[in-house]
Design a binder for this molecule. Structure first.
Ligand SMILES: C[S@@+](CC[C@H](N)C(=O)[O-])C[C@H]1O[C@@H](n2cnc3c(N)ncnc32)[C@H](O)[C@@H]1O
Length: 225
C-alpha cells in the first residue's frame, strides 16, 4: 500500500541570508512491507532519486515468498540501491544488508535506511559506494566478500554502463559461489531487451514473476560455468 505526501523543504543554502529563500518539493512516499510502515524520502536531482516499479515489485515478491527466499540472517548486497526501499525491506526481513550506489546517492540512501530500520531490524544496514565495474577486486575482493543474495532493481536503463553492470553482477555471482542474484526490471528501451539477452547467456536464469500491467519481470540467476 502506498500513499504520497508532498513535503516542502526549505532550501539548504543559508550562506547569505539576504538571498531569497529557495524552496523545493521533496516527495515522500509511504509503504507497508514486512509488518512495518516505511517512509521514503525521494530526491530531486539524480537518477537514483525515485522509487521504481521494479523495486516495489521485488519488495512485494520478497514479502510474499519468504519460504522460498528466506533472508533471515543472510548476507545481502544491493547494487544501484537508489532511495533504498529494497534494502530496507530486506533488512526488515532479517537480512544483514549492504546497500550500494554511486557516491552522490549515498546521503539520501543512508537517511532512508536509518530512519526505517533503526530499532526494527536484527542488523544495522551498511551503506557504501560501489560504481559498477570499478575497483571490484580492491573494494569487494572475492576472497573476503561473499553474499547469499545480490539484489538489483531497475538498474538497466538507457545508459552507457551496461557492460560494467554485467561485470559487477558476474563478480558477485560466480559459478559455484551459491550466491543468488534477484533482478527486477521494467522493459522500457531496446537496451533493456539487449541486456536481458546478455543476462540470460551469462547466468543460469529463472523467470520468477511477471507483472504484465507494470511490464516488470523478476529473474533469479546463479553463476554459469
Ligand atoms: C533507475 S535507478 C533505480 C534505483 C532503485 N534500485 C529503485 O529501483 O528504486 C538506477 C540506480 O542505479 C544507479 N547507478 C547508475 N549508474 C551506476 C553506476 N555506474 N554504478 C553504480 N550505480 C549506478 C543510480 O544511481 C540509481 O540509483
Amino acid at each position: 500500500m502506498k500513499k504520497q505526501n508532498m513535503v516542502i523543504a526549505e532550501g539548504l543554502d543559508k550562506r547569505n541570508i539576504q538571498e531569497p529563500r529557495i524552496y523545493y518539493a521533496l516527495q515522500e512516499e509511504s509503504f507497508y512491507f514486512a509488518g512495518h510502515h516505511i517512509s521514503i524520502r525521494e530526491s530531486i536531482d539524480t537518477c537514483g532519486a525515485l522509487i521504481s516499479p521494479g523495486a516495489v515489485a521485488l519488495c512485494q515478491f520478497l514479502e510474499n515468498n519468504q519460504q522460498e527466499v528466506n533472508l533471515k540472517d543472510k548476507a545481502v548486497l544491493e547494487i544501484g540501491a537508489g532511495t533504498g526501499i529494497l534494502s530496507i525491506v530486506a533488512c526488515l526481513l532479517g537480512a544483514w544488508v549492504t546497500a550500494t550506489d554511486l557516491p552522490d546517492i549515498l546521503p539520501n540512501l543512508t537517511f532512508n535506511l536509518m530512519r526505517n530500520t533503526k530499532g526494527h531490524s536484527r542488523y544495522t544496514p551498511q551503506v557504501t559506494a560501489l560504481t559498477w565495474g570499478q575497483a571490484l577486486e580492491r573494494d569487494f575482493s572475492y576472497s573476503s566478500y561473499h553474499y547469499d543474495y545480490v539484489l538489483a532493481a531497475e538498474v538497466v536503463y538507457h545508459h552507457e554502463c551496461l557492460d560494467k553492470l554485467l561485470e559487477t553482477m558476474r563478480h558477485f555471482c560466480r559459478p559455484g559461489s551459491q550466491t543468488i542474484l534477484l533482478w527486477a526490471n521494467k522493459i522500457r528501451f531496446q537496451s533493456d531487451v539487449k541486456f536481458t539477452e546478455c543476462f540470460k547467456s551469462s547466468f543460469n536464469t529463472t523467470l520468477l514473476s511477471e507483472l504484465p500491467q507494470q511490464e516488470v519481470r523478476i529473474y533469479k540467476a546463479t553463476g554459469k560455468e
